[in-house]
Design a protein around this ligand. Structure first.
Ligand code: NAD
Ligand code: IPM
Ligand code: MN
Length: 351
C-alpha cells in the first residue's frame, strides 16, 4: 500500500470536532483506494498556549516539517485574546515557517437553493480565490501603542510574481480567466501588484486577465459571481473576499483551503475559524474540513480518493444530511458518518 505521514493540528473550538471527521473520511477513502495514512496529532494554537506557553511549540513545527502534509482544524477563541502570543500569531508563524505563500480557496455552487443569494445569481458560480499568504499587512512591521498604531503593508516584485504564476497556472486547468483584485487607485503596493501581474500575464497568452478594485470586486462577488473564474489577490483582501465567497454555496462551513509553498509539506484547513459560539455542541459542519482533506489527497496524488470524498459530501448534502448552518438538524458526527457510509458504498459498487 502507498503510505503517507500527516501531522494533524486539531486546534481550538470546533477544530477538533471537524478534523476528527476529516481524518475518518480519509481513512475510509484509504481503505477503498489502497493507501494508508500515518496520523500524528500535535498541540497548536490556544491549546498549545495552555499546555506549553507558545502557540507553535518547536515539537509541533518539527513534526509538520517531517510530514508529507499538515491537516489543520482551526485556532483561536476569546480566552486567548490580548496575550503577547495568541493562537493567531501561531498561525501566521507556521505559514511563514513552512513557506506557504499560496492559499487556494475554491467554492462551487452545486445547489443554488442552499445559497442565501437569489438562485439566478448563485447558480453556476465556480470561483477559486488565490490568496497571497505570507506578505502584506499581516507580516509588515507593527507599532502598537495606546495613542497610535501602525501596520506596514509591503510587497516585493518576487512575492507578487510567484503568487501570480500560481493563479495563472490554476486558470489553465479551469476556465482560463484571472481577475486580479487590488486597490491600485490608492495603495502603492497595489500599483506594484498590478504592474507585476500584468507582466507575468505575458507568459500565459492563453489566459485572460482583468483587474478590479477590491471594493467593486466585493460587490460583484455577491451580485454576479459567475463573472469570476480565478481571483488573484493579496493577503488581507483574500481573507475578506474568501469569507464573502462562502456565501455563494451557502455556508462558511463548506469551504476548504490548501496553503502551498515551494516543495515541502502543504497545509490544508477549512477557511472558517474555531466558531466559539457553537464549539462543543457537535453542530459544526465538517464539510469544509473534509474538502480540505480532499485538497490534501489531490496534492498527495490520491486524486480518486479526493474525488470520492467530494462526491460523498455532495451526495450527503443533496440527500438531506445537513448541519444547522445549511438549515438541517444533522450533527457534525452524523454528517461525518454519512460521508463515510457513502465512501464505503461507492467502493463496494466499484469492486
Ligand atoms: P468563525 O469562522 O469561527 O465563525 C463565524 C461564524 O460562522 C460563526 O457564527 C460560526 O458559528 C460559523 N461557523 C464557522 N465555521 C462553521 C462550521 N464549520 N459549521 C457551521 N458554522 C460555522 O469566525 P470568528 O467567529 O470571527 O472567529 C472565531 C475565532 O476563530 C477567532 O479567534 C478567529 O481569530 C479564529 N479564526 C481562525 C481561523 C483559522 O484557524 N484558520 C480562521 C478564521 C478565524
Ligand atoms: C483565515 C483566518 C486567519 C487569517 C486569522 C485567524 C489569522 O481568518 O485563515 O482566514 O486572517 O488569515
Ligand atoms: Mn479568514
Amino acid at each position: 500500500d502507498r503510505a503517507y505521514t500527516v501531522a494533524v493540528l486539531p486546534g481550538d473550538g470546533i477544530g477538533p470536532e471537524v478534523t476528527r471527521e476529516a481524518v475518518a473520511a480519509v481513512d475510509a477513502a484509504g481503505a477503498a483506494h489502497g493507501f494508508h495514512v500515518r496520523w500524528s496529532t500535535h498541540d497548536f494554537g490556544g491549546v498549545a498556549i495552555d499546555r506549553h506557553g507558545p502557540p507553535l511549540p518547536d515539537a509541533t513545527l518539527a513534526a509538520c516539517r517531517a510530514a508529507d502534509a499538515v491537516l489543520l482544524g482551526a485556532v483561536g477563541g476569546p480566552r486567548w485574546v490580548g496575550g503577547a502570543e495568541t493562537p493567531e500569531t501561531g498561525l501566521l508563524a507556521i505559514r511563514k515557517a513552512l513557506g506557504l505563500f499560496a492559499n487556494l480557496r475554491p467554492a462551487r455552487v452545486d445547489d443554488p437553493a442552499l445559497s442565501p443569494l437569489k438562485a439566478g445569481i448563485a447558480a453556476g458560480a465556480d470561483v477559486l480565490v488565490v490568496r497571497e499568504l505570507t506578505g502584506g499587512l499581516y507580516f509588515g512591521d507593527k507599532v502598537e501603542g495606546d495613542e497610535e498604531a501602525s501596520d506596514l503593508c509591503r510587497y516585493s516584485r518576487g512575492e507578487v510574481e510567484r503568487i501570480a504564476h500560481v493563479a495563472f497556472k490554476a486558470a489553465r486547468d479551469r476556465r482560463g480567466r484571472v481577475t486580479s483584485v487590488d486597490k491600485a487607485n490608492v495603495l502603492a503596493t497595489s500599483r506594484l501588484w498590478r504592474r507585476v501581474v500584468t507582466a507575468v500575464a505575458a507568459d500565459y497568452p492563453d489566459v485572460a486577465l482583468d483587474h478590479m478594485y477590491v471594493d467593486a470586486a466585493a460587490m460583484a462577488l455577491v451580485t454576479g459571481p459567475t463573472r469570476f473564474d480565478v481571483i488573484l489577490t493579496e493577503n488581507l483582501f483574500g481573507d475578506i473576499l474568501s469569507d464573502a465567497l462562502s456565501v455563494l454555496p451557502g455556508s462558511i462551513g463548506l469551504l476548504g483551503s490548501a496553503s502551498l509553498g515551494d516543495g515541502g509539506p502543504g497545509m490544508f484547513e477549512p477557511i472558517h475559524g474555531s466558531a466559539p459560539d457553537i464549539a462543543g455542541e457537535d453542530r459544526a459542519s465538517p464539510a469544509g474540513a473534509i474538502e480540505a482533506a480532499a485538497m490534501m489527497l489531490d496534492q498527495l496524488g490520491e486524486t480518486r480518493a479526493a474525488g470520492a470524498l467530494r462526491q460523498a459530501v455532495a451526495e450527503a448534502i443533496a440527500g438531506g444530511v445537513r448541519t444547522p448552518d445549511l438549515g438541517g438538524t444533522a450533527r457534525c458526527s452524523a454528517f461525518g458518518a454519512a460521508v463515510r457510509g457513502r465512501i464505503d458504498a461507492a467502493a463496494r459498487v466499484a469492486a
